[in-house]
Design a protein around this ligand. Structure first.
Ligand code: KMH
Ligand code: ZN
Length: 277
């Protein structure tokens, strides 16, 4: 039965430039303030990409560890580090993200064209991420950019077993140029494929750019959860730049309330995701 809504905020990403999107949180202080305010509004998970002193994406181990510690110190949010990084990040650096010991990490389930770039996720690399997370008790969020990624997930779980905590949670990242479109039809197709995954598998969805609202509404209607934030959405409405991540979380909360699926607390989110209390 569908109950409340898990709201994940993805505040920064690796793609937008601070110079073009001044409201993007890129320093640790900006990230912490954003995280605290989004938690107060109803977010329960934060999906984190960090930036360096020049506001460029980085997988620097020191910054990752400092960020995990600071988020734990000032919020109760589930801390999910991106192992996807930027398209240019080497596999070794992406695997090393796990050394920062987050609650969760993303695990993208296949290669996808990413605009003019390629977001490379080889099978052996996926297996390494999955098994290292199993060993360390880090809960994965499986990122699904295309329907074939769900077939790969079925194969992964069938061969290497369930993730830490025993619960499977996937996130449909929709509307990336090169991936599945951000449409209700594609969301329903993806949701239908969850039947081939372990019973109780949950999903969230995010639509990049102009697919943000259709995907948000479709996910709520189909019993899914939500990911919102400036990683995926920098335009609030036509001609209106997003002012802050809080603006996007507030809109997601309002939609969830309309759908009578209230935001989960951080405690409820941990329970849903199979994380320790
Ligand atoms: N920045 C994208 C290339 C993830 O965080 O795991 C990959 C991404 C997915 O954002
Ligand atoms: Zn990400």
């Amino acid at each position: 039965m569908t109950t409340g809504t898990l709201i994940t905020v993805a505040p920064t990403g690796a793609e937008s430039a601070k110079a073009e999107v001044p409201a993007l949180p890129v320093t640790l202080d900006e990230l912490l303030l954003t995280a605290k305010e989004c938690e107060a509004l109803g977010a329960s998970v934060v999906h984190v990409h960090v930036r360096d002193g020049e506001a460029q994406p980085t997988l620097d181990q020191g910054r990752l560890r400092e960020t995990v510690a600071a988020l734990r110190e000032s919020t109760d949010l589930v801390v999910q580090l991106s192992s996807g990084g930027a398209v240019s990040d080497p596999e070794a650096d992406r695997l090393a993200v796990l050394d920062a010991a987050p609650d969760m990490a993303s695990c993208t389930m296949g290669t996808v064209n990413f605009g003019a770039d390629v977001f490379l996720n080889r099978w052996e690399f996926i297996v390494e991420l999955h098994t290292r997370m199993q060993e360390r008790g880090i809960v994965p969020e499986y990122e699904i950019f295309d329907l074939g990624h769900l077939t790969a997930l079925q194969r992964l779980l069938g061969t290497y077993g369930l993730p830490a905590g025993g619960h499977v949670h996937v996130d449909f990242v929709m509307g990336v140029p090169g991936g599945m479109p951000g449409t209700p039809a594609a969301l329903v197709a993806a949701e239908q494929m969850l039947r081939d995954l372990p019973a109780g598998t949950t999903f969230s969805a995010t639509g990049v750019g102009r697919s943000t609202i259709p995907v948000l509404l479709a996910s709520l209607s189909a019993g899914g959860h939500l990911r919102v934030g400036m990683e995926d959405t920098v335009t609030y409405a036509k001609g209106q730049p997003v002012e802050s991540n809080m603006q996007l979380v507030a809109r997601a909360v309002a939609f969830a309330q309309l759908a009578q699926r209230l935001p989960l607390t951080t405690t409820e989110a941990r329970e849903l995701l199979g994380l320790p209390a």
